[in-house]
Write a protein that binds this ligand. Structure first.
Ligand SMILES: [Zn+2]
Ligand SMILES: [Zn+2]
Length: 139
C-alpha cells in the first residue's frame, strides 16, 4: 500500500476513494475535513488557500503539525485582519478549554467596548497559559 503523506484509512471525505493528504479541523468546532488533492483542486479558492496554509502551518504554541486551524477572532491585527490560529492535536483541547472557561465570565459584561477589552486580556492570558502548558508537557 502506498501511504504517501496520508494516514492509512484516511480517505477523502468528498469522493471517498483517494487517500486524503489534506486534513483540517475547523477551529473549536471539532469539525474536520479530509480531502484528496484532486477534490481540493475543485474547491473554491478560499478553501483551497486555507488547506494550503494548513499544510505548511505549525502549531502556534509548540511548532507541532497542526490539527486545528481557524480564524482567531480574539486577536485581530492592527489592520483588523484576522489571522489563522493553528494548533496541534495536543495543544488544541487545552487552549479551547481555557478560552471557554474564561469566556463564560464575559456573559456578565454587557458593555461591548468593555467586552472587547476583556477579550484582549483573555487572549493575552491564553498565550501565557499555553506557554506554561507546552513547557510542562514537553519536559
Ligand atoms: Zn477526493
Ligand atoms: Zn502544539
Amino acid at each position: 500500500m502506498n501511504s504517501d503523506s496520508a494516514l492509512p484509512g484516511n480517505f477523502c471525505s468528498q469522493c471517498g476513494k483517494s487517500p486524503a493528504g489534506n486534513h483540517v479541523c475547523f477551529g473549536g468546532t471539532g469539525e474536520s475535513v479530509v480531502m484528496c488533492d484532486d477534490c481540493l483542486a475543485r474547491q473554491s479558492s478560499s478553501i483551497a488557500d486555507f488547506f494550503k496554509e494548513a499544510k505548511n502551518a505549525e502549531c502556534d504554541f509548540c511548532g507541532g503539525s497542526p490539527c486545528t486551524g481557524g480564524p482567531e477572532f480574539l486577536t485581530p491585527s492592527a489592520e483588523g485582519n484576522v489571522a489563522n490560529r493553528w494548533l496541534c492535536g495536543s495543544c488544541a483541547p487545552d487552549y479551547h478549554t481555557f478560552l471557554q472557561t474564561k469566556m463564560a465570565d464575559l456573559v456578565e459584561v454587557s458593555d461591548y467596548e468593555k467586552q472587547l477589552e476583556e477579550m484582549k486580556r483573555i487572549a493575552g492570558e491564553a498565550e501565557v497559559h499555553m506557554k506554561q502548558f507546552v513547557r510542562r508537557r514537553d519536559n
